[in-house]
Design a protein around this ligand. Structure first.
Ligand SMILES: Cc1cc2nc3c(=O)[nH]c(=O)nc-3n(C[C@H](O)[C@H](O)[C@H](O)COP(=O)(O)O)c2cc1C
Length: 209
């Protein structure tokens, strides 16, 4: 069994609702376990990341970036970064915001840079926007046209589940895509870092399963 952690922060429930759709999509794939993990909890126990083969990062967009609690989780991984202990696992990202654009792209980019610093391998969202094929806009997969990661939008002060069907569909397809990518992935490379920061890579598969 290969394991995905869907790591999210959600103050008002929208990001959590999308995280659950992503989880549902990932669970459609045989041999994949997908667990929801709150960023606030992982901040205290970042070593728990080592139990997973892939990470799907989810944050609301706050002022064009990840939320404070999500950033605190990211910053808590500094020790893992120093030893490059996550290197070669998979990562992907999603964000939710209230405006159609809302600067969601820069939230995804900060997740991408985080993943690159850890030596993770980024998985995108390769879904063609279905409105190009005549599907009504609100029902279309990837209607917001985001390939670097998943974007979803729920109106200002709306209910946590106030997403159009297209965004829910995109979230499930995205979860499935990450899970399928993991299924094909041979596993991370183990790296040894010495006291002076020099590294040697051992070609040893270190999958969590
Ligand atoms: C401090 C703050 C900053 C926000 N900044 C943005 C923003 O830059 N762009 C945007 O579209 N929405 C912005 N929003 C709206 C949230 O992204 C939106 O309400 C989101 O659905 C919240 O997710 P949650 O319900 O999971 O907490 C902001 C909300 C807050 C509270």
């Amino acid at each position: 069994m290969k394991k995905i952690a869907i790591i999210f922060h959600s103050a008002h429930g929208h990001t959590e609702f999308i995280a659950r759709q992503v989880q549902q999509g990932a669970r459609e794939v045989e041999g994949i376990e997908a667990e929801l993990v709150r960023a606030e909890d992982l901040r205290r126990t970042p070593e728990a990341l080592l139990d997973h083969d892939a990470y799907i990062l989810g944050s609301p967009t706050y002022l064009g970036g990840v939320s404070g609690p999500f950033k605190s989780f990211m910053d808590a991984t500094g020790g893992l970064w120093a030893g490059q202990r996550l290197r070669g696992r998979l990562a992907a990202g999603f964000t939710v915001s209230s405006l159609p654009a809302g600067d969601k792209q820069s939230t995804l980019l900060s997740m991408f840079v985080f993943a690159m610093q850890h030596g993770l391998v980024w998985v995108g969202n390769p879904i063609l926007p279905e409105q190009h094929r005549g599907v009504p806009y609100d029902e279309a997969a990837n209607r917001l046209g985001s390939w670097s990661g998943l974007m979803a939008q729920a109106g200002h002060a709306s209910a946590p589940d106030a997403f159009v069907p297209g965004d829910l569909k995109t979230a499930r397809l995205f979860g499935r895509h990450v899970a399928q990518s993991l299924q094909r992935w041979h596993g991370p490379e183990r790296v040894e870092i010495d006291r002076l920061g020099s590294e040697s890579a051992a070609p040893v598969a270190e999958a969590a399963s």
